[in-house]
Design a protein around this ligand. Structure first.
Ligand SMILES: [Zn+2]
Length: 289
């Protein structure tokens, strides 16, 4: 029986034109998916994250301020209704990806700007932590959920929100110390900052071994590790492709549901936005295959 086509969450609400990659690149990835470049993939619009569910992962005052303080500056730019809706849509996309993965084994959302958001505040282009929301959604059906964070930067926000939750396993391999965190429970926390590119895939492998007990995988698939996307010299596109295929293979061998988020990927290293989108498309292709 052929595998069920991959459903990926995305809607026009994700995009706010003229702003940073975090809220613009998904449109290009979606267009490539619609053109059939990722194989058999269906796009679906998510339900917006609600205030009530955001208060499960963030302080009520921080959630209130994000919704109501219309003169404030959000992580990605000045408050505007489209920007708020983008944040709610991309956060909701993570929750809906979990629901889809329960049905068909895998899913993803073209969401980014998630893992630096902590309980009381945003940070590093991340307003709300969709990884944390996805983890709580997954925990409605399993006892152990894993978050594999392979963005170039550390997921200190995710640790801030879920670090005390004994049902959550965190594995974070970075090439940059931004937002780094100190594991407090070696049984459930794995964090390594790479010294050089040679051992990158070995460290990914170690991170996966750390996640062995989990029954659901949430993968933060950052492309900012790539040498030409502002990452670490020596991490080539070939290494990134191997990484994407390995993560998928690992989840499939264990027959556990798995989802992805786009995470970091920028023009910093001199790439065009199209080239950044093509990198992210590799994650979608690996999930669809
Ligand atoms: Zn990053």
């Amino acid at each position: 029986m052929p595998p069920t086509p991959l459903t990926v969450f995305y809607s026009a609400a994700y995009v706010v034109e003229g702003m940073t990659e975090t809220v613009t690149k998904s449109k290009l990835v979606a267009a490539m998916i619609e053109a059939g470049k990722a194989g058999e993939v269906r796009l679906a619009a998510p339900k917006l994250a609600t205030r009530q569910e955001l208060e499960l992962i963030h302080a009520p005052e921080y959630v209130r301020s994000t919704f109501e303080d219309t003169n404030s500056f959000l992580e990605v730019g000045p408050w505007s209704q489209p920007l708020l809706e983008s944040i709610l849509a991309t956060t909701g996309g993570m929750r809906d990806a979990v629901k889809e993965a329960w049905k068909n084994g895998r899913s993803g959302s073209l969401s980014s700007g998630l893992h630096h958001a902590r309980r009381n505040a945003g940070n590093g282009f991340c307003q709300f932590n969709g990884l944390a929301l996805a983890a709580l959604e997954a925990l409605k059906k399993v006892k152990k959920v894993g978050i594999l964070d392979l963005d170039a930067h550390a997921g200190g926000g995710t640790f801030d929100i879920l670090g005390d939750d004994k049902r959550v396993w965190l594995a974070d391999v970075t090439v940059n110390g931004f937002d780094s965190w100190e594991p407090t429970d070696p049984r459930r926390h794995f964090y390594v900052e790479m010294g050089g590119p040679e051992a990158y895939l070995d460290e990914v492998e170690r991170a996966l071994r750390h996640l062995e007990p989990v029954e659901f995988l949430i993968y933060n698939a950052g492309m900012d590790t790539y040498e030409k996307a502002g990452g670490m010299k020596g991490i080539t596109q070939e290494i990134i492709l191997k990484r994407e295929r390995r993560v998928v293979e690992w989840a499939r061998l264990r027959k556990i549901p798995y989802i992805f988020a786009l995470a970091g990927g920028y023009k910093w290293g001199g790439l065009t936005l199209e080239e950044v989108a093509e990198l992210h498309l590799e994650t979608v292709k690996a999930f669809a295959a």
